[in-house]
Design a protein around this ligand. Structure first.
Ligand code: KG4
Ligand code: ZN
Length: 340
């Protein structure tokens, strides 16, 4: 089985071909970061136009690099939401046209499900597993029981973790996107120099909150000398924010593990999967590694390039749905909001 997947829900235009042996035959990704950087964030209209300008070419290049003709495909998948609607429409319409022209099924993939299933592409992880999904728009703990079978254990009550990185990075004068810039700035910084809060740490439940951390970062900045930050202040504050986000994520994930421990004890070694753009962060990966070592869990963290938005994960989720017979009609309407 061979599936073409398209991703256009935010600021990456991407196409990929994967097969059922979990082989990514080819993928192409064009990041629009440079186009959005002057605005300090993603501009939906610029994103949609850029997807339109580049997607056809990326699809052609991907098929060629994979050595696959349209006639060889078993399905065409595209992110059907959630995301910026103009971009989602471009991907969905392109996938529908290709499916119609070749007579193969169309699969509308939930972007969150694509992140959720990535570890099955990279590491063949078996169901069930605990998933920490941390991206620019979402921050959730989910029990993944199967394709389309998710139980939500916790979510953010305000910002997503990636949003917290993006907003605090912007305050510090770092470029867009903020997460990777903040991670680079934090190298060599002292995470303990500034006292930053760990919202909801130790509290009941598995929900997250990051707005207090954002406010505290603003207050630290207001207390520093006016003008550009010194290298030292920047590194220490970036390291402080990164450490605080990682502590919060580890605390809440630890609670979800405790909640699932009774069920997990019956099965094989329980598995924690981390996914979404923030899962590319090395401090977070190390902290989750420590948590899993303490609890006797297995940690699966896909390679960073498959944690941030990409089309291989969409093609793979499409393939998983396709082999269960879960296809979509050409009447499918793109969904700006689409909870798992
Ligand atoms: O999954 P993703 O590429 O797009 C969404 O679905 O949102 O996630 C993007 C988010 C952004 O907030 C970005 O700043 C964050 O992931 N991110 C990171 C890192 N790489 C991307 N955050 C922290 N450290 C990173 N290395
Ligand atoms: Zn994403």
């Amino acid at each position: 089985m061979i599936v073409l997947g398209l991703e256009t829900s935010c600021d990456e235009t991407a196409a990929a071909v994967v097969d059922e042996t979990r082989h990514v035959r080819a993928q192409r990704l064009l990041s629009q970061h440079d186009a959005h950087r002057p605005y300090g964030g993603v501009v939906p209209e610029i994103a949609a136009r850029a997807h339109l300008d580049h997607l056809d070419r990326l699809v052609a290049e991907t098929l060629e690099a994979a050595g696959v003709a349209l006639a060889d495909l078993d399905g065409v998948a595209a992110t059907g939401g959630p995301g910026l609607i103009g971009g989602v429409i471009v991907g969905v319409m392109t996938a529908k046209a290709l499916a119609l022209a070749t007579g193969v099924p169309f699969v509308a993939v939930n972007h969150l499900e694509a992140h959720a299933l990535t570890a099955r592409l990279t590491d063949a992880v078996a169901f069930p597993y605990l998933l920490l999904l941390v991206s620019g728009g979402h921050c959730q703990l989910l029990e993944v029981r199967g394709v389309g079978a998710y139980r939500r254990l916790g979510t953010t009550i305000d910002d997503a973790a990636g949003e917290c990185f993006d907003k605090t990075a912007k305050m510090m004068g770092l470029g867009h996107p903020g997460g990777p810039a903040l991670e680079r700035a934090a190298v060599g910084g002292d995470p303990a120099r500034f006292a930053l809060p760990r919202p909801l740490r130790g509290r009941p439940g598995c929900d997250f909150s990051f707005s207090g951390l954002k406010t505290a970062t603003r207050q630290v900045l207001d207390g520093l000398p006016p003008g550009p930050l010194s290298d030292r202040d920047l590194a220490d504050l970036a390291a402080g924010v990164q450490g605080a986000v990682a502590d919060v994520l580890v605390d809440r994930t630890g609670r979800a593990m405790t909640r699932l421990a009774a069920d997990a004890a019956a099965g094989a070694a329980p598995t924690l999967v981390v996914a979404g753009g923030v899962a590319a962060n090395r401090t977070l990966r190390a902290a989750l590694g420590g948590l899993c070592a303490d609890r006797g869990w297995r940690l699966v963290a896909p390679p960073p390039a498959l944690c941030t938005d990409n089309a291989a994960m969409v093609a793979w989720a499409g393939l998983e749905r396709l082999r269960l017979g879960l296809t979509d009609p050409l009447e499918f309407k793109p969904r700006p909001r689409w909870p798992l």
